[in-house]
Design a protein around this ligand. Structure first.
Ligand code: CS2
Length: 490
């Protein structure tokens, strides 16, 4: 049965349905970047609140800035913006839910003006973002805004028809200011250390170039809460779609599959109201720093530690790497010996239990989380998820061998062929640049580690690290993943 509002009443338990009427809701959030993660996380929490009869004025208007977002808009529009969220864990924890928290979606391509008007609409009080780690136009090494990017230059010249997220936000905020409309909260839900502060820096840098007075107004009126967000959400595959049709009889053009685990720790800095998300499990705090450091260094960092090695070995799913005793031990050792000593105590969290849970979550076979997804955008993820850990290890004079292996695995992965001789594509907006860095074998350590935008300046200067990197790269080439791990783990 095709999913849409008309067919909702034909669905029955155990499938959970929206418990509120669509015509009683109003949009209060605009979300830029409607992918699986947003639909499994912010929209999921908002839906939970709406199901309690609350937050009905916080329905979400999806926004797509890229041509590729049209497919999502069309899929959702074709089913009244409803979608199915399927949580898969061990059998006891499977849940299927139809979500209605998203009530429309605008594409920049269709009408830049309509999107500007929506973002300037007084009813929109929060604009949230999942635009990927690389989407903030920041130089990872200097922490400065990349004003010379073509889209940014375009938007500075054409504020009425922007292309970039910062162009749209500034034009809309200028309109709000001119109309005397209060500002909105700008809330990042991407995995960046200090994601709110980074968003603030990027937006203000852009605004200062565009209009210094507007920049001052934004500084005084917009807030940028930091957040730690967490839920493993694979890319939706045809197998997922088919499973939903077979098991539950729902034909959904773009369902979301995710793990049962979900977490959101958020700073309570909202200038124009917010849903009472604390009633549905969101944790509000004054300082997200220890939570985000724990999550990014342990979860996202370990994902990188397992994904390139696993991919080279020939695995294609996260759970396969956890079924490999050597990789499983390697990842746990990386967490215990390399990351944990760097972490500040995290209020209310026992790190040993947290790490056990991570291994369990990575082992979730039911969601079939793709290594291709985790491998993607390495040039943006490494600087956020691994480089800070490595810099600290260097500064503290600690062993560098394990992190060197992680980065050596990325280097070899960039050559595009696994141990079985199977070729694959590198999914990364900077794939060509990265592949050029590994094109000459004798130059890899100099060129790749010398890429300042990715590795900064301290890493290539550490003779101990460069040597460890070269040793591990040579070993991966000559011995392969398993023998290298065997030697390293002793
Ligand atoms: C993953 C994340 O893309 C990645 O590299 O580590 O998407 C991860 O699944 C989420 O951050 C989990 O919250």
């Amino acid at each position: 049965m095709k999913l849409n509002r008309q067919h909702l009443e034909q669905l029955a338990a155990p499938i959970a349905l929206p418990a509120y009427r669509a015509d009683t809701t109003q949009q209060g959030i605009a979300h830029i970047g409607v992918g699986g993660f947003h639909r499994a996380h912010e929209a999921f929490y908002t839906e939970a609140l709406m199901n309690q009869g609350e937050a009905l004025d916080w329905s979400i208007c999806g926004v797509g800035l890229r041509g590729a977002d049209r497919a999502m808009r069309d899929a959702l529009a074709g089913q009244d913006y409803l979608y199915t969220l399927v949580e898969l864990g061990d059998d006891a924890r499977n849940a299927v839910q139809v979500v209605g928290a998203i009530s429309g979606m605008l594409l920049a391509e269709d009408s830049p003006q309509a999107l500007i008007d929506k973002l300037a609409d007084p009813a929109i009080r929060i604009v949230s973002l999942t635009i990927t780690e690389g989407g903030y136009c920041m130089d990872d090494s200097s922490g400065e805004f990349l004003a010379e990017l073509p889209d940014i230059q375009h938007d500075l010249a054409h504020p009425e028809a922007p292309r970039s997220v910062f162009g749209f936000l500034c034009t809309a905020l200028a309109k709000r200011r001119a109309a005397g409309t209060p500002a909105f909260t700008l809330m990042s839900c991407d995995n960046l250390p200090h994601n709110g502060a980074v968003t603030r820096k990027a937006l203000l840098s852009f605004a200062r170039l565009a209009d210094p007075e507007l920049a001052a107004w934004i500084e005084a009126n917009v807030s940028f809460p930091n957040a730690m967000v967490d839920r493993i959400t694979p890319m939706t595959s045809d197998a997922h779609r088919q499973q939903l049709a077979e098991r539950h009889g729902i034909e959904d053009a773009w369902p979301v599959v995710c793990e049962p685990f979900v977490q959101w720790v958020l700073e309570d800095k909202f200038v124009n109201g917010r849903p009472a998300w604390e009633k549905v499990g969101v944790q509000f705090t004054d300082d997200v720093t220890p939570y985000e450091e724990m999550k990014i260094k342990l979860l996202n960092g370990s994902h990188l530690a397992l994904t390139y090695l696993g991919f080279l070995k020939g695995y294609r799913f996260a759970h396969e790497t956890m079924n490999d005793p050597l990789l499983r031990r390697f990842v746990r050792t990386f967490m215990d010996l390399d990351v944990t000593p760097q972490l500040a105590p995290v209020p209310g969290i026992d790190l040993d239990v947290y790490k056990d849970t991570l291994i369990e979550r990575f082992s979730n076979q039911a969601i079939a989380d793709q290594l291709e997804r985790i491998c993607s955008d390495g040039s943006s993820k490494l600087p956020k998820f691994i480089v800070p850990t490595l810099n600290r290890l260097i500064a503290d004079g600690r062993p560098l061998e394990r992190v060197a292996l992680v980065i050596a695995a990325w280097a070899l992965y960039l050559e595009g062929v696994d141990e079985r001789g199977e070729r694959f594509n590198i999914v990364d907006p900077r794939a060509d640049y990265c592949q050029a860095l590994v094109a000459e074998r004798e130059q890899i350590s100099v060129k790749l580690l010398g890429a300042e935008a990715i590795f900064g300046t301290a890493i290539p200067q550490s003779a101990a690290f460069v040597a460890a990197f070269q040793r591990n790269l040579d070993s991966l080439r000559s011995q392969g993943v398993s023998a290298t791990l065997q030697t390293l783990l002793g």
